[in-house]
Design a protein around this ligand. Sequence first.
Ligand code: SIN
Length: 295
Amino acid sequence: MRPASKSNKESDIVNTLQCKVNEILGAEISGIDLTQPVNDATRDELNALFAQHAVLVFRDQPLTPPQFMRGAEIFGRLMEQQIKKFVLPDYPLVGSNSTKDLPRKNGKLQVRGENYHTDHSNDLAPPKATSLMAVQIPSDGGDTQFVDVRRAYDDLSETQKTALQHLRSRHVHESSRSPRSFAKLSPTDMAKIPHTEQPLVIKHPVSGRPALYLNTGRMEGIEGMDADAGFALIDELYRHATQPQYEYRHQWRVGDMVIWDNRSVMHQANADYDPEEYRYLYRVMLQGDKLEPFV
Ligand code: SIN
């Protein structure tokens, strides 16, 4: 029998998506096998759910790197990894995140992505989304936390919202007041790292919702404000946005694929697990557009 063409095969696949919405943020999607292509209706439905819930969790999807790439591509175009030292040799668009990425500090485990942040905010067009797929997970700890920076913005007073409206911040590779450790880069990688001004409040390109845009590891103060006042404002907004009422905490299982919207949430990793255990995830990013201010 002649094999079905790709487009026939895709249109034949019927997914019965189910969406379980989390109490605070994000949703768990079932009724889909990410090793298989999706048809247009399923793709549209998933993208609508993504714009609404900002963090989507797919359980029991132990994907190979090419399958993971195709699964993430349901939501957009894969983006080059900025930090080349963590890319998979055979799949340069796929990075990895592991226990061994950073050296221990005074014997203590350090992991990439500690402290809430949004990815590569120093890019002119930062990644719209990032996705991780869990290959190996410690028996306890190593969760990823997410906070909803849309709701954090909504909860500000009208006076605060007006005060933030036209403010911008310079985002660099590593802020002079960064609270977190960054991987050391080669001079070649470092020379390619962009620096960019970003609005403090952005408008989501699909939903139109406003959100705080914060990254304490990369923000170098606020334009037009004296350095201490600028950093104090960033610190105040960061403390507001990272309160537990905005948080979803993901406890990983091997085979979980999680994708999040960098324009709607901040995320952070936890170095709270036994350093003798190994945590290893694949990681991809999807290309975003230049960020628009919410005015
Ligand atoms: C990241 O910041 O992308 C890493 C998150 C994690 O490892 O939990």
